[in-house]
Ligand binder design. Structure first.
Ligand SMILES: *Cc1c(COP(=O)(O)O)cnc(C)c1O
Length: 398
């Protein structure tokens, strides 16, 4: 009765291998993490460039605490807007080659806030089927009609645009680098089609910052689409190793969101030292692209090693999915890796569609080739990776 249903639901999740539990990391984030006093090689952090524990970033945060204290004390529009929030927004706009930027406490809130401000009942949002939960939640909360096209399928996107001419406004939204699949969207085509139907175009560039583009500015830089996209969302919690979400776009868009985005207005501003850390992270990227080069060296190394197997695993970014299928098998492989000192949690529904449970490998700049070799050797020993020359060896997961 009453609240007791929660236990029933937890038991039901456990029976289906869908119960989520976390482990506790006892040291700073990096390629090696400590759990219950033991060291594990981690392949599951978005801290792609290792900035979460960078000495210059730590120093910047400490200096900011000494100057500005810790908390911001209020929402931005009341009295929480401090020098460092302004400075970070200016820096983000410059980094992303945009007119202006607006900072949110998290990327999740940036997506929900922007989508709910830009679309409402009478409008339609059209998005990729594999869009991140924060985009889906924004679409749902906005009250707009919401349709999805099959993953990266531009002709189906166009069909949906053709069929939606009765709506007041149309908004197309996609990730640039997909968070659970590591593959990339055909942005130039998507932008062209959206424009030809006069739709608003919004890109979630969270996983591209610090990874794609010559200066790590993201997929917009990679494709040379600066100022061609109406709304760009990003996060400082991935390669920048900090916390905070943002939207970049025209000055008018940013002024509009300041007035309309509820997840911006009705929440406390980030602690100023968090902004100082993000500023230091952006400065590091601007001065020196060697960390990005190191990350890509690892991505290309993993790609070349995986190409020796018959599994056909595509490698397009630091996120590489090892698709297993059932939640039970994904959990089983993850547990076996853990027993051998490697941390890669199983990603299961509803984060990914049923039948596509996976281990999601994330690479970092400070992984070594021998770290990657160790992972590959174990996946091979466990029968998941099948050598190309072996005739019909089927492992547990083949
Ligand atoms: C992580 C992520 C977000 C949310 O960002 P946070 O800053 O962690 O809240 C949004 N979109 C995508 C694609 C992400 O991977």
């Amino acid at each position: 009765m009453g609240i007791d249903f929660v236990l029933d639901e937890l038991n039901a999740l456990k029976d289906r291998a869908l119960l989520r539990e976390y482990r506790t990391i006892e040291n700073a984030q990096g390629p090696f993490v400590q759990i219950t006093g033991k060291t594990y090689l981690s392949f599951c952090s978005n801290n792609y460039l290792g900035l979460a524990n960078h000495p210059k970033i730590k120093q910047a945060a400490i200096a900011a605490i000494n100057q500005y204290g810790w908390g911001a004390g209020a929402s931005r529009l009341v009295s929480g807007n401090m020098t460092l929030h302004q400075e970070l927004e200016r820096k983000i706009a410059e980094f992303k080659d945009a007119e202006a930027a607006l900072l949110f406490p998290t990327g999740y809130m940036a997506n929900v806030g922007a989508l709910c401000a830009l679309a409402a009942k009478g409008d339609i949002i059209i998005g990729d089927k594999l869009n991140h939960a924060s985009i889906i939640d924004g679409c749902r909360q906005s009250g707009a009609a919401f349709r999805v096209y099959p993953h990266n399928n531009v002709s189906q996107l166009e069909k949906l645009l053709q069929r939606s001419s009765t709506f007041r406004r149309r908004l197309v939204v996609t990730e640039s680098v997909f968070s659970m699949d590591g593959d990339t969207a055909p942005l130039p085509e998507i932008v062209e089609i959206a424009k030809s139907y006069d739709a608003i175009i919004m890109i979630d560039d969270a996983h591209a910052m610090g990874v794609f583009g010559r200066h790590g500015k993201g997929m917009i830089e990679h494709y040379g689409l600066e100022r061609k996209i109406d709304v760009i969302m990003g996060s400082l919690s991935k390669a920048i190793g900090s916390i905070g979400g943002f939207i970049t776009g025209s000055k008018h868009l940013i002024d509009f969101l300041k007035n309309k985005a509820r997840s911006f207005i009705y929440t406390t501003a980030l602690p100023p030292a968090v902004c100082a850390a993000s500023l230091a992270g952006l400065a590091l990227l601007q001065d020196d692209t060697s960390l990005i080069d190191k990350l890509w060296k690892n991505i290309n190394y993993l790609k070349s090693q995986l190409s020796k197997f018959a599994n056909n695993i595509a490698v397009e970014s630091p996120v590489v999915p090892i698709i297993i299928g059932s939640a039970e098998n994904a959990l089983h492989l993850s547990t076996k890796l853990y027993q051998n000192g490697i941390l890669i949690p199983a990603i299961r529904p509803p984060t990914v569609p049923a039948g596509t449970s996976r281990l999601r490998i994330s690479l970092m700049a400070d992984h070594s080739e021998s770290d990657i070799d160790r992972l590959i050797a174990l996946l091979k020993d466990f029968g998941f990776l099948v050598p190309k020359d072996s005739k019909s060896v089927k492992g547990d997961y083949a």
